[in-house]
Design a protein around this ligand. Structure first.
Ligand SMILES: C[S@@+](CC[C@H](N)C(=O)[O-])C[C@H]1O[C@@H](n2cnc3c(N)ncnc32)[C@H](O)[C@@H]1O
Length: 414
């Protein structure tokens, strides 16, 4: 599917492929811009850089990757704080001449929008002003300052921007299969969020993938000068604007129905009337799934989202019937999401770039946890069963997959 332009070939002119690439650069400051020790721990054996039709270069899985696999873990080449494209460009231009040749060569390969630029020339030429502008425009990430955010002091949040070399090759997809985040302002970790088969392109969301099609298309065109060719946008283009609006309204309606159940469950133990209403909602979601499976109008991730909502509603109903609170639920919350994501689950900013259902799931299990002071074994079993089902909707692999990932989760005998 992809033209075989592997990273190995691309790097053949600058030396042997290095799996651990350390560029020890002096720490200097330039108008608040730090040049950092660049230490790439990127696991290139997991992926390669290849040409992707219609998108330039991209990153392709070179083996099957389970959900949650860390595929890149890299320190920024440069960060600017306070950030913005201008300080980052100025820093790049001033620091480029003193950078090691291998780093210069990697910068030369970054997409800059310049058609006449040879990205794979053997000798790294100088970095022109226009090229630096393009490199920064198309490859800048704006990390979130989680430390400042958790202090709750907005005034301490300094907008930061940075350049990371390997993550810069990740293309955008509204149905992205990987997720980037920054545990610290200069460290970026990229993980898969669903299982990714060997040969599949790894993609991240450059912007909120849940926005309506027209808004996404406009923003991606203005910011990245691109027409998104991801499966969601391609499918969206096939349906009329009227149908798209009707679909959005329908998804919102179903989501609001399920949210009712989450709210009843969060406030108090559900009473018989709530319980009956929740069953009605589960039935409605189930019928929707039967009617729309394989439909042309609804996209696969819409169907997955409704499957997920149904799973959550069923979880509440069953756990509520069994009654109680669970240490097992707490352990599911702890284990269900990869550590680095878990740390940030309250962060609204992160919600924008991760699949919403990942965070809804955590909310859902946390709510189950708050049912009452004690949770009988039966309820814990129900919770585990449902968590396995939801895990399957999100990550695949069936019950076996859940056990492989979270085998240590067991019912706690009081
Ligand atoms: C950060 S770079 C990604 C790597 C880039 N494709 C390359 O060749 O180095 C961002 C640019 O990649 C292209 N791109 C990324 N995602 C795309 C998509 N879904 N469809 C079309 N082009 C895309 C756009 O030109 C965008 O400005």
């Amino acid at each position: 599917m992809f033209r075989a332009t592997t990273w190995r070939k691309l790097t053949s002119t600058v030396g042997t492929l290095q799996y651990i690439d350390r560029v020890l650069a002096s720490r200097t400051t330039f108008q608040g811009v730090r040049r950092l020790q660049h230490e790439s721990l990127t696991k290139r054996a997991l992926w390669e850089i290849a040409e992707v039709p219609g998108k330039g270069l991209g990153v392709v899985a070179s083996q099957d990757l389970p959900a949650g696999t860390p595929i890149m873990d890299e320190t920024a080449l440069i960060t600017a704080s306070p950030g913005g494209e201008e300080p980052l460009r100025a820093a790049l231009l001033s620091q480029y001449p003193t950078m090691p040749a291998a780093t210069q060569a990697r910068i030369q390969r970054l997409f800059s929008g310049l058609l006449d630029h040879d990205r794979f020339g053997s000798a790294p030429p100088t970095l022109s002003d226009a090229q630096a502008r393009g490199v920064v425009r198309f490859n800048t990430f704006a990390p979130f300052d989680h430390v400042a955010m958790t202090t709750g002091n907005d005034a301490s949040i300094v907008p930061t921007t940075g350049l990371w070399l390997s993550p810069s090759f990740l293309n955008h997809a509204c149905s992205h299969n990987a997720f980037w985040h920054t545990p610290t302002l200069d460290r970026m970790v990229v993980r898969t969020v669903v299982p990714v088969a060997k040969g599949t392109e790894l993609t991240i969301a450059y912007r909120n993938a849940h926005d309506p099609f027209a808004l996404r298309a406009l923003a991606l065109r203005e910011r990245y000068a691109m027409t998104c060719m991801c499966p969601v946008c391609t499918a969206d283009r096939r349906v009329s604007e009227t149908d798209r609006a009707a679909r959005s309204a329908d998804m919102e309606r179903l989501s609001a129905l399920a949210t009712n159940v989450f709210e009843w469950a969060a406030e108090v133990d559900m009473d018989a009337a709530d319980d009956e209403a929740a069953r009605g909602i589960a039935e409605h979601l189930d019928q929707w799934l039967v009617a729309h499976a394989g439909s042309e109008t609804y996209r696969p991730h819409d169907v997955r989202y409704i499957q997920y909502l149904l799973g959550c509603v069923e979880l509440y109903v069953d756990v509520d019937n069994a009654g109680g609170r669970s240490r097992a639920a707490d352990r599911i919350v702890t284990a269900l999401v990869p550590t680095d994501l878990r740390v940030q689950w309250f962060d609204e900013e992160v919600r924008g770039s991760a699949p919403d259902w990942l965070f809804d799931l955590i909310r859902c299990v946390r709510t189950a946890h708050a049912f009452s002071a004690q949770m009988p074994v039966r309820a814990q079993q129900a919770l585990l069963e449902h968590a396995a089902k939801l895990h399957d909707v999100m990550f695949g692999g069936g019950e076996e997959g859940f056990r492989a990932a979270f085998g240590e989760l067991a019912v706690v005998e009081e």
